[in-house]
Design a protein around this ligand. Structure first.
Ligand SMILES: Cc1cc2nc3c(=O)[nH]c(=O)nc-3n(C[C@H](O)[C@H](O)[C@H](O)COP(=O)(O)OP(=O)(O)OC[C@H]3O[C@@H](n4cnc5c(N)ncnc54)[C@H](O)[C@@H]3O)c2cc1C
Length: 291
């Protein structure tokens, strides 16, 4: 392991100051399940590691009908699925939280860290996009918000500027008739990276027979998690049917631009996008009908 200075930050301002001083050689630590592995393997370099797990704002997990869910960037996944109310209201996020690594990893790993790591195959990102999450960012120039679909810019790179860090995620309050789901395909049952991941959400009308709006996002099929607005728009205003679901799946498939690697060929991934989009939509619709 390389040598670095470790600081437990006590305030948002302290984090910003430390990050701004050290630039690229400072790294934020949430659960550490990506960062510590990367530092050990020499894939990342750091002189300074700033632990943000002691801050009130990064460990907050609160819900109110107006603001929706405020999820601190360092909240570990297990706290999410251990919460009954959250599990019911944010099913796509809970699907993803329960898939990241295994139980030990979920005891430390956060959705904030998963997002900041900006892996194209990260499990939480398509689910966060489906749930319309907004990133609350703090930095030397104050606070700003970034829509989660604009946060990742390239493999391993995000939109944060020097001195900025992710404080929390804001996720809107679901209305009656809302449902979401995240599905991924991996070659074995656990502890693997998604070959394809699909996050979807649907808002149904009062009769629960018509789709008012939908959001569809794909993982592991492009250099960054992909939001496909056209696939959601194809469902908006339509009565629920196999044909409209199939059409949305076809649009998502066309948007995917995967590579071939040891986990699967581009062609195989394209095929999986259609299958998983269809299944995720069916699941989200089922959940929306029951909401
Ligand atoms: C055995 C194992 C299995 C895994 N399985 C999966 C899996 O199934 N699916 C999956 O998606 N991932 C998986 N991962 C990767 C990892 O666990 C997740 O990406 C996790 O969610 C990262 O969260 P963390 O809190 O540990 O992040 P950290 O490791 O603390 O941070 C990750 C990166 O984000 C930066 N960062 C963290 N917090 C902030 C912040 N608040 N502001 C700015 N930058 C920040 C760090 O500097 C670092 O570069 C696995 C890892 C291991 C070791």
């Amino acid at each position: 392991m390389q040598d670095f200075t470790y600081v437990t930050a006590e305030s948002v301002d302290e984090v910003i100051k430390l990050l701004a001083e050290k630039g690229d050689m400072a790294r934020v630590l949430s659960g550490g399940t990506d960062l510590l592995v990367a530092l050990r393997e020499g894939r990342r370099k750091a002189d300074l590691v700033v632990d943000v797990k002691r801050l009130k704002e990064t460990t907050e997990m609160s819900y109110d009908a107006q603001q929706g869910l405020t999820l601190g960037s360092a909240v570990p996944c297990y706290r999410m699925y251990d919460d009954q109310a959250l599990s019911k209201s944010y099913p796509g996020l809970i699907d993803a939280a329960g898939l990241i690594g295994g139980v030990q990893i979920q005891g430390r790993a956060s959705m904030g860290g998963n997002l900041c790591n900006a892996s194209p195959a990260a499990d939480s990102i398509p689910a966060l996009i489906a749930h319309s999450a907004i990133c609350n960012v703090a930095g030397p120039n104050g606070r700003r918000q970034i829509a989660v679909e604009d946060f990742c810019i390239a493999p391993g790179r995000n939109a944060l500027q020097n001195g900025e860090f992710l404080v929390s995620l804001q996720i809107p309050s679901p209305k009656a008739g809302f449902g979401a789901a995240y599905l991924r395909f991996i070659p074995r049952n656990e502890m693997d990276i998604a070959v394809v991941g699909v996050g979807v959400s649907v808002q149904l009308d009062e009769s629960r027979s018509k789709i008012v709006s939908a959001r569809i996002s794909l993982g592991a099929v492009a250099p960054k998690p992909l939001f496909v607005p056209a696939a959601g728009e194809a469902l908006a205003g339509k009565a629920i049917s196999d044909a409209v679901i199939e059409e949305a799946a076809r649009i998502a498939q066309a948007a995917a631009a995967p590579i071939t690697d040891m986990r699967g060929t581009a062609e195989y991934r394209k095929h999986l996008v259609a299958v998983l989009t269809r299944r995720a939509l069916q699941k989200a619709i089922e959940r929306a009908k029951a909401s």
